[in-house]
Design a protein around this ligand. Sequence first.
Ligand code: PG9
Length: 632
Amino acid sequence: ALTTATASAQDAGSAPVGGDIPAKFTPPTENRDYVKREVMIPMRDGTKLFTVIVFPKGLTGAPIVLTRTPYNAAGRAKRMDSPSILSTLPLADEMFVKAGYIRVYQDIRGKYGSEGDYVVTRPVIGPLNTTEVDHVTDAWDTIEWLVNKANLPESNGRVGMIGSSYEGFTVVNALLKPHPALKVAAPESPMIDGWMGDDWFHYGAFRLANIAWLGAQTGYKGEGKAPPTGGYDDYDNFRRIGSAGAWAKKSGYDQLPFWQRMVDHPSYDAFWQGQALDKLVAANPSDVPTLWEQGLWDQEDMYGAIITWEALKAKGKTGNNFLVMGPWRHSQVNRDGRSLGVFQWEGDTAAQFREQMVLPFFNQYLKDGPPAPMPAATIYNTGENKWDRLSTWPLACEQGCQAPLKPIYLQADGALGFDKAKAGEDSYVSDPAKPVPHLPRPVNFGDGRWGEYLVADQRFADGRPDVMTYQTEVLTAPVRVSGAPIAELFAKTSGTDGDFVVKVIDVYPDEVATDPKMGGYQLPISLDIFRGRYRDSFEKPSPIPAGKVQRYRFRLPTVNHVFQPGHRIMIQVQSTLFPVYDRSPQSYVPNIFLAKQEDYRKATITLARGGSAASAIWLPVVPVDQSAAMVK
Ligand code: PG9
């Protein structure tokens, strides 16, 4: 009687037994225009890595493009939940989809769907990695599986690898001992040397900007989030607490092993040297055709690709290694490249890179396409707003280039010029309690300005008593700079430690009729920081003798720029750039991560000018007309 009653109740539309949620709900996928497979690929140690394979329905004999990621393979392969492959895969994959590629994303070991232990930018097997696996072996084992017809019958047995930043780091690792089926590669702003100039430090100054990444990335296997800071203005959040170590302790980072390794290795010791990929690549150069990409204003990984390409060039390996530098923030190359901050480029420069450089390059080696017309270096000219296709790069350097570097000297009364002036000095007080911000306050790392801070108008800093500004007269002729400037400061401090920040700036004319708000804009074209304790050795820091002039010499980020007539060249020097970089206490302590509040002290910094201590920036000045160096 009960059954009959239930049945008739259901007929009447009452709630079903078991509720409204079925044990399994599988929406149909027949309407998709693509195939999506999720597989666990076994590595040599038995660990299985979660891998997503996506390709248009009906595809056969197709090449594979592989990205190995710490950022959620399933998410990377799901821009939108859509029956269309073009909406499903990321914007940067559209060209691969249209050209009939198989797209593969894989979680690296220990993250998201993959088994095994996660180690931050896992070093190669050796003293820093005593296991039998690294990203070299995992890439190899993955490619071995993918090109096996029994696993992926739709492939043509050829693989290309691509990826930006951490994903670029995994590409470079695969090149150290490439699987024979790896036919082409494109590391995009790869993390190469975390101490010298990529994510963690720049010349020893620690990047607070990155610290939250560690909490989100290593606090959790899957999607993580950084601990709350307790305030909107990160300038104040970090300033109040003191050292990076104090911030980390407050945020629970003493539970994170990589943080502990960082604190144990503040200097460029064997820990950092042993994982510097430029050195490993130069010692094991591959024959895989490789396109090295670097953004000219990359706020995270500004260093690695160009340094590695130069190391390969020194090894005579330009035949298969090509450099591309575009007007981009970090990883912008995979997004829209029409503009950066207030600057508009000639079209979508990122799409130009993807469609006119990467795709033909990949097609050549993966699909027997026609030869891709890649010159040695393709560098965006940020002064003339166009791509320069160059048969050689850099055009000016210390030795062995078309031109040597040319010093531009700090002069009296804030002047700047190519003539060495008579001796003099300028002083400023650097107060760690009032550091120079990297952007106008409030500075919140999540406010959307992080990606554009390197092109921000520097007038907010110019005029501060702790920012020294030097500028040329208004230029009457264009000045072309093509290469990496070198800062050479002669300076003394009343303290025993300290940092130097140097900015090379293009000052726009007072009036710009076509775009009035650009009148007087101070555009940094190259900017970096150097931690003074490392002036003699990156490995063994030493206190700065108070009151004694010391030389601080460091390379700045690469430029390809023309200062136009009507503009000025400007140099700014300051001792803090906060909170992107932590502060030097300005009194020497063994480990700045562990500095105490009372260690942070004001110091008077004196920059020497002219005579035998002529502070200068060595600029890669070359004739404006470089048509002889250009490739059609
Ligand atoms: N710049 C990021 C990162 C790379 C490597 C280590 C830590 C952070 C990234 O965008 O992947």
